[in-house]
Ligand binder design. Structure first.
Ligand SMILES: [Cu+2]
Length: 208
């Protein structure tokens, strides 16, 4: 083999190893509790990089209607996400939003409406149903793929966050405003606990 060919081969190997090297990233586990220390489910947690723009992540979501309830109650999606609204009930629903980031209206339907809804602008969107006016859900539209919603024990895991500095934001339907704190993500998983103030009432009601 000529020296030139060897050099090309070495360069190709170096390039391949650079391309295949996994970026340093880690999971962030956030446990959300209220002022009394009680676990808070349905809190949306998301990370905005202090430098640069976040890349595009998953762009598909789904919000079901089951037992005349939206599931999940709180969703967080990246701007541009296409969300479907499958109806698992035998009754029909008429899902709508009057919220500025996404005004829409899915007229009475059963099954899954053929037109999904694209949440293209960041902000908070409240969902309702024209037929069952107790039905309520929220979609928080953010400009990052790094987010999670807390489960029953108040735990939210934001997976595979590239190492770097971020603003971590927490939102819950009962909070007056988002809470923000800076956080550094390194090479290994970390866990943080946050306390939030739930000063607004829970607007969910039971329906028939
Ligand atoms: Cu309904």
């Amino acid at each position: 083999m000529s020296n030139d060919k060897v050099a090309v081969g070495v360069r190709a190997a170096v390039l391949a190893s650079l391309l295949c090297a996994p970026a340093i990233a880690a999971d962030l586990s956030v446990t959300v509790a209220d002022a009394q220390g009680v676990a808070v489910p349905d809190a949306a947690v998301y990370l905005l990089p202090l430098q640069g723009k976040a890349p595009k992540g998953t762009q598909k979501g789904s919000i079901e209607q089951m037992d005349k309830t939206f599931i999940p109650y709180v969703s967080i999606v990246q701007a541009g996400t296409v969300v479907s609204f499958p109806n698992k009930d035998t009754v029909r629903h008429h899902v709508y939003s009057f919220s500025a980031p996404k005004v829409f209206d899915l007229k009475l339907y059963s099954g899954t409406p053929s037109q999904p809804v694209v949440f293209d602008k960041p902000g908070l969107v409240a969902l309702g149903c024209n037929i069952h006016d107790w039905m309520l859900a929220y979609v928080l539209v953010v400009e990052t793929p790094w987010f999670a919603v807390s489960k029953d024990r108040g735990n939210a895991v934001v997976e595979n966050v590239p190492a770097g500095d971020y603003n971590m934001l927490i939102w819950h339907p009962r909070m007056k405003e988002e809470m923000m704190q800076q956080i550094k993500i390194g090479a290994s998983a970390q866990a943080v606990r946050v306390r939030v103030t739930l000063s607004k009432p829970d607007l969910r009601r039971q329906g028939g």
